[in-house]
Design a protein around this ligand. Structure first.
Ligand code: SAM
Length: 318
């Protein structure tokens, strides 16, 4: 039912994200000891605006994620939807703030590549073995399951299969669960992403959802961004991307989430710890601050909570 060319182009976006993150970390924007094992070469230079944009994205998402881990005292699960080659699990292990179990979901080809990297690189596999209680760690071409970390190949538009696989890997709907989607929902139709968000709300009584993606696409800059995505065939013509912060929030509010916030990245950037922001702003000279502002205004973080266990999840914010 889905176009293979479009799906292939979407899968390629995973490389963009990890290549850009690898470059920014090589410049010192933030520390990631594990990106090097997924993307070997630093690659060609990226513009300072791009690096600062990724800095805001990673710091912003991590701030909310870490706050959730603290509120739940790590007695929780994390599900990274469309995780790509993300390295968050290894950071949490090093910082000793691992959830009970960390799940990642992506398309089979991405999952196979990620598993290959993990299998062949001890700095990636060692933490999995260390946190696993038995000798039998499930590891084959398309799935990996250990006590604290697993990777599932599934299509996020096929919810019955997603649910089956999460269950098979022992997800516990009663535990507080954080869902994370970073530049992922934008590749689905509004109906598909609404259904996903709805399913999470219906299935997990104590949960948080963090979504990072494009916003405010109905101006000139936004149209250029859309054209670029369409040229690469990542999104189909006619997909409604012109979402405002309000429509970002509505997606969650109309799906039964209790409290919902959305901020554009310009605002998030200004609310990040300013000592570190000053540090990274000295790393590379930026001659056109306006371009950075435009870029940041076209991305947002939206977060929603449901708090049956009354953990105070709605207090989480910047
Ligand atoms: N979240 C990662 C990050 O920020 O570094 C990767 C972002 S990348 C732009 C988008 C990812 O979402 C890709 O790895 C892609 O394969 C995955 N993805 C998009 N649509 C998906 C779907 N319907 N099912 C599973 N994965 C999907």
């Amino acid at each position: 039912t889905y176009s293979d060319t479009a799906d292939e182009a979407v899968r390629a976006t995973c490389d963009d994200a990890s290549i850009c993150k690898r470059f920014a970390t090589s410049k010192g924007y933030w520390t990631d000891l594990y990106a090097q094992y997924f993307v070997r070469q630093v690659g060609e230079r990226k513009a300072p605006e791009i690096n600062r944009g990724y800095y805001g994205r990673v710091k912003g998402v991590n701030l909310l994620l870490d706050a959730f881990l603290e509120k739940t005292q790590c007695d929780c699960q994390v599900v990274n939807l469309g995780a790509g080659l993300d390295t968050t699990f290894w950071r949490l292990k090093d910082e000793k703030i691992m959830p009970k179990k960390f799940f990642e979901v992506d398309f089979p080809t991405i999952v196979a590549r990620k598993i290959h990297h993990i299998k062949t690189k001890p700095p990636l596999s060692k933490p999995l073995i260390e946190t696993h209680s038995t000798d039998s760690l499930l590891l084959d071409g398309h799935s990996l399951d250990s006590d604290r970390y697993c990777i599932i190949s599934a299509d996020l538009r096929d919810l019955p299969t997603l649910e089956d696989k999460l269950k098979k890997f022992q997800i516990n709907p009663e535990l507080p669960t954080l869902f994370l989607s970073e530049c992922v929902l934008v590749y689905m139709t509004p109906e598909q992403s609404s259904k996903l968000v709805h399913w999470v709300a219906d299935t997990f009584p104590t949960a948080m959802f963090i979504n990072y993606e494009q916003v405010n696409m109905n101006d000139r800059f936004g149209h250029i961004m859309i054209e670029n995505l369409q040229r690469r065939q990542c999104i189909l013509a006619g997909v409604d991307l012109c979402q405002s912060l309000d429509s970002q929030k509505d997606r969650f509010l109309s799906a039964g989430w209790e409290s919902v916030n959305a901020l554009d990245m310009m605002t998030v950037y200004s609310m990040l710890p300013q000592g570190d922001v000053s540090r990274i702003e000295r790393l590379e000279f930026l001659d056109e601050r306006e371009l950075l502002q435009q870029l940041l205004q076209h991305y947002c973080i939206c977060w929603a909570v449901k708090d049956k266990l009354s953990l105070g999840l709605s207090q989480i914010g910047f």
